[in-house]
Design a protein around this ligand. Structure first.
Ligand code: GLY
Length: 412
């Protein structure tokens, strides 16, 4: 933790704010982050209206408890508590966590891992709140209802149609689902019931087989036949084209296989994660500052969007700070398992340094509520393009926490 505070205080100098570089001019990152969250708490005290982004005028936009991003704000407050040990953050974290109580019984889609692990999971880890254990176990039970023994996967979404409006997805599984496995692994430890862990391992193995290409990039969506278990379709929903590498999807996959190794110590998951990392870090389109384009293959020859795309709408290809933050958090953990430790540390540090620079921090402009600018929700949907997003902040905080733990030689 000692290192974390150092990192927070001295990581960035702001020539944008001042030309002097004496100690007083160092940017107070922790103060900056605290200020953002204080603004947010002042603007919204109803914990069922959960901060997600801002509108074009800088007004806070919120979501309800069933939205996939409902757990991140509570998670940010838990990180703030861990960072400062100031009880005021714990009080708020508990309030925003417990607003999600009913989600433990909900099986409406796969996102409960995001919702409940980032909130209740961090409440258990950082707040020591043992009463959250049964909530996490019940959430795992609800999620496991979406597992099908023929597909050997957890269903992400209910039936829906693809971009062409014709292709039907009967049992769509998206790469993002790898992030829910942490809840399942943890619930097995908490409950002593291996069912959740077995589901997680099966899901991860099936996803290795069906979502990934020879170069270790992945499809966003794979649709299954629940009678035969056969793959019916491989496509995108939020990426550039069916065969492209949507940046956040690659990050979810990397993070997911790193955590599978954490819980199983199975070398095949570690090898897989290292191959995914190599795909991302060696990609010809990865910019110098290592904050990826929103899709690694935007405008690349041979990649044809399924949706209505006009390149002239995007004179500059939007970056996705959220993908960078997730990738950095995953790379820090990967560095603790791999013989290529320094490669991953260097890459993660570079990503975090870029995010904590004036290019991505919301120091100026109309973003009063979030740490970072320049994330992308879904360009094909025309939604949340080049905006702050609560989950970019969450994974940035997690990356900073992991960096500090590694520098302090403490376990993650
Ligand atoms: N899990 C939804 C997204 O990454 O946009």
């Amino acid at each position: 933790m000692k290192q974390l505070l150092n990192v927070l205080y001295v990581l960035v100098f702001f020539s944008a704010c001042t030309t002097k570089t004496n100690e007083k001019d160092q940017f107070d990152t922790i103060g900056y982050i605290a200020g953002k969250f204080e603004n947010t708490l002042q603007a919204q005290s109803d914990s069922t209206k959960i901060p997600r982004t801002i509108d074009e005028n800088g007004n806070l936009k919120t979501v309800g408890i069933y939205n996939w991003t409902s757990g991140f704000f509570a998670g940010n407050l838990w990180y703030m508590y861990e960072l400062t040990k100031d009880d005021k953050w714990k009080t708020e974290a508990v309030k925003w966590t417990e607003a999600l109580d009913t989600i433990q019984y909900w099986s409406g889609n796969h996102d409960v891992g995001f919702m409940m692990y980032c909130s209740y999971g961090n409440g258990l880890k950082f707040g020591g709140l043992n009463q959250y254990k049964p909530v996490l176990i019940q959430t795992a039970e609800s999620l496991s209802k979406r597992y099908h023994h023929n597909t050997k996967t957890i269903e992400s979404w209910d039936y829906r149609k693809a971009w062409d409006g014709k292709t039907e997805w009967f049992y769509p599984v998206i790469i993002d689902n790898m992030m829910n496995l942490e809840l399942l692994f943890e619930a097995s430890i908490l409950s002593g019931n291996n069912k959740y862990r077995d589901i997680a391992v099966q899901h991860a193995e099936t996803t290795m087989k069906n979502h990934y290409r020879a170069d270790y990039s992945c499809y966003h969506v794979v649709d299954y036949d629940t009678i035969t278990g056969a793959v019916l379709d491989k496509a995108t929903c939020q990426g550039f084209s069916d065969s492209s590498a949507w940046a956040r999807g690659q990050a979810w996959g990397l993070y997911g296989y790193v955590l599978c190794y954490r819980y199983t110590q199975d070398e095949k998951f570690l090898d897989f994660a290292e191959n995914i990392a190599a795909y991302m870090l060696n990609h010809k389109n990865l910019p110098e500052d290592m904050i990826p384009l929103w899709d690694y293959n935007v405008n690349d020859e041979g990649f044809i969007p399924e949706w209505n795309y006009d390149a002239s709408d995007y004179p500059e290809i939007p970056r996705d700070a959220s993908a960078a933050a997730i990738t950095a958090a995953a790379l820090y953990e990967l560095s603790t398992y791999s013989t290529k430790k320094q490669v991953y540390l260097d890459a993660a540090n570079k990503m975090v340094n870029s995010l904590l620079s004036p290019n991505y921090l919301a120091i100026q402009g109309n973003n009063k509520y979030f740490i970072l600018n320049h994330s992308v929700g879904s360009i094909p949907h025309g939604a949340e393009i080049d905006v702050p997003l609560v989950y970019a902040d969450y994974y940035l905080l997690e990356a900073m926490y992991r960096k500090s733990k590694i520098e302090d030689s403490e376990g993650l």
